[in-house]
Design a protein around this ligand. Structure first.
Ligand SMILES: [Zn+2]
Length: 309
């Protein structure tokens, strides 16, 4: 079914109890807006919905959730579905575009999913840590990853309850293609429960402190479809590189420079293939279980192909 037809179907479902309208009529209106006036489908849907609201003498609230179904995050496996979810805002990220009011990560007991709230939807602001019932959000898919979009038909209700968020374990197989800054031998703030990484000996919260050394890798792993940001903690980094925290400190001491550690680690890990398993935390996957691979899974196939040419 085409996108437009799917939207027409949804709108028709919302109004079929109220007015006499066919799916074809709805589709014609949407098609005119999308094809002739180049209106984005979300906007076209809103406009057409408004038209039928007026015709039926209804308010938007009368329809809220009309065609969408309550869903769990783990069940989202199709784009362009209108659903209701109850979720906690785990994290908010900096929007990269003016058209986006808020972007971040939602979680429920079954998993996590990215959300985008359009600026033009003029919806209330979601707070980090808040639990909300979100009615009439639409699912989207990009390169195999799902997200939900909050649009002008979305109804947001803040709930006064806690919601346990399930960690959804990711498995990534791919090449470690880049190591980000903040990797290698780092210093953390020693204040209780702070553990922030120091920048030039300073903690963002506590100012200048005597830091404690730690080892970590912030890496980008490319599985051929998508780039994933992966964090290796001290243990994972020691296992991956064979360099212990004590050895890293000695290396830095000898060179009077901590960057030698990052350089050494980069040489060891960049370009290597790994199978990484671990929980998703915000936009990062924490590398709990790491296995080095010989190469891409289909490398042999590629070689056979190359030889036959
Ligand atoms: Zn601190």
């Amino acid at each position: 079914m085409s996108d437009v037809r799917q939207h027409a179907d949804d709108i028709h479902d919302q109004f079929s109890d109220h007015i006499d309208v066919s799916v074809d009529d709805v589709e014609d209106r949407l098609t005119t807006l999308v094809d002739e006036y180049k209106v984005p489908i979300d906007e076209a849907r809103r406009s057409v919905t408004n038209h039928y609201l007026e015709e039926a003498g209804l308010d938007r609230e009368d329809l809220a959730g009309g065609s969408s179904e309550a869903a769990k995050i783990e069940d989202v496996d199709e784009p362009e579905q209108w659903i209701d979810i109850t979720a906690k805002v785990i994290e908010l990220w900096e929007p990269r575009s003016d058209s986006v009011a808020q972007v971040g990560l939602l979680g429920d007991p079954t998993g996590t999913i990215k959300f985008t709230k359009w600026a033009k939807s003029e919806l209330p602001t979601l707070d980090e840590g808040g639990v909300y019932e979100l009615r009439n959000v639409v699912t989207d898919e990009y390169e195999g990853r799902y997200s939900v979009k909050l649009n002008s038909t979305t109804v947001i209700e803040e709930l006064d309850e806690e919601l346990e968020v399930g960690d959804d374990t990711s498995v990534i197989e791919g090449a470690l293609v880049d190591m980000q800054s903040g990797s290698g031998l780092i210093k953390r703030c020693p204040k209780e429960d702070c553990t922030r990484v120091l920048q030039n000996g300073r903690c963002n919260e506590h100012g200048e402190v005597e830091g404690e050394f730690d080892l970590r890798i912030k890496a980008v792993v490319d599985d051929g479809l998508d780039a994933h940001e992966v964090i290796f903690d001290k243990d994972a980094t020691e296992n991956l590189t064979g360099i212990s925290l004590e050895e890293a400190k000695d290396m830095a001491m000898d060179a009077l420079d901590t960057t030698v550690v990052a350089d050494e680690i980069r040489n060891l890990v960049v370009g290597t293939y790994y199978r990484i398993e671990g929980p998703t935390f915000g936009r990062y996957v924490l590398a709990d279980d790491v296995e080095e691979l010989d190469g891409p899974a289909d490398a042999e196939q590629l070689l056979i192909k190359a030889r036959s040419m």
